[in-house]
Ligand binder design. Structure first.
Ligand SMILES: [Zn+2]
Length: 292
């Protein structure tokens, strides 16, 4: 999901109800297109429920969506063929929402639901990156990940910030982590343990695991920050024995790929008292540094 990230004045000017027409099925599309002049391309968004919303050209995406977060947004051109209306061209061009090209599956699902044949991909695909140094929005061209405003490097992947609606903190048991590893192997996700045995060597079997999305890695997976307690090695056990009483050792943070569906199937840590517990647990496992 993408929150509006464009100029604030457009947000203020946008209606709180979607200006876009909901297209849940083919009948809705036929009724909508009959009322349009051939002034194309049209504005579209895919709303939180996965429904396509269409608006006339030059409608701001944030107005089309009624200020709400979207699954994707862009421009679409329809063509009337012998077989009926179909999508001729479609992009993720929305500088208000900056949807990643990996949002295509949400667009395809919305078009399928509306009974509209489509090309199976964005015909015009833009790569948006906000510069972490100067915060300006860039459109990456020719694979050049350099900010055009300040020349600092841009992130290669689409970063999930803590303010994004799809940011979430999830908790898993060791058994659930093993299941995620099995799935990662089956789906050939790249950031995973080399084997179950490697995982068992590194992760304490009684650990609690926390996961939070860090990058929108592929359309169906997140590259997540993963926190776990490391399995005690012989030397670590000796150190922990010397450190008895606090004896929890330090936690480990790594990157691990998780499918979107599996991440969302894990329990979420959302209530304030649970978040306080998590913060306490993470701080408790950080190594202490003497102040100078
Ligand atoms: Zn910059």
């Amino acid at each position: 999901m993408y929150s509006y990230a464009g100029p604030p004045d457009l947000l203020v000017a946008a209606p709180s109800r979607p200006a876009g027409a909901a297209i849940p099925d083919r009948a809705a599309f036929d009724a909508w297109i009959a009322g349009q002049t051939r002034d194309e391309p049209h504005t579209y968004v895919v709303d939180a429920t996965g429904c396509l919303l269409l608006a006339p050209r030059h409608t701001e995406h944030v107005a089309c969506a009624g200020r709400a977060p979207v699954r994707s947004a862009g421009e679409v051109t329809f063509a009337r063929t012998a077989a009926g209306w179909q999508v001729a061209a479609i992009s993720n061009q929305s500088t208000g929402y900056c949807p990643d090209a990996t949002s295509w599956p949400a667009v395809a699902a919305a078009l399928d639901r509306a009974g509209l044949p489509h090309p199976g991909r964005f015909t015009d695909e833009l790569t948006f990156r906000r510069c972490p140094a100067c915060t300006e929005l860039n459109v990456v061209k020719d694979n050049d990940f350099t900010c055009t405003f300040c020349a600092e490097p841009l992130p290669r992947a689409h970063v999930v910030s803590a303010r994004d609606p799809d940011f979430t903190l999830r908790v898993a048991t060791f058994e659930e982590l093993l299941a995620l590893q099995r799935e990662a192997e089956r789906l050939r996700l790249s950031a995973r343990w080399s084997s179950r045995a490697a995982l068992e060597r590194q992760v304490a079997p009684d650990t609690t695991v926390f996961l939070a999305p860090a990058l929108r890695h592929t359309p169906d997976s997140y590259r997540c920050h993963i926190w776990f307690a490391p399995r005690a090695t012989a030397t670590a056990t000796a150190a922990a024995a010397a450190d008895a009483g606090t004896g929890t050792g330090t936690g480990t943070v790594a990157l691990f790929d998780v499918s979107v569906a599996s991440l969302h199937a894990l329990r979420e840590v959302a209530e304030p008292d649970k978040l306080r517990m998590v913060v306490h647990m993470l701080l408790d496992r950080m190594p202490l540094t003497p102040i100078e």
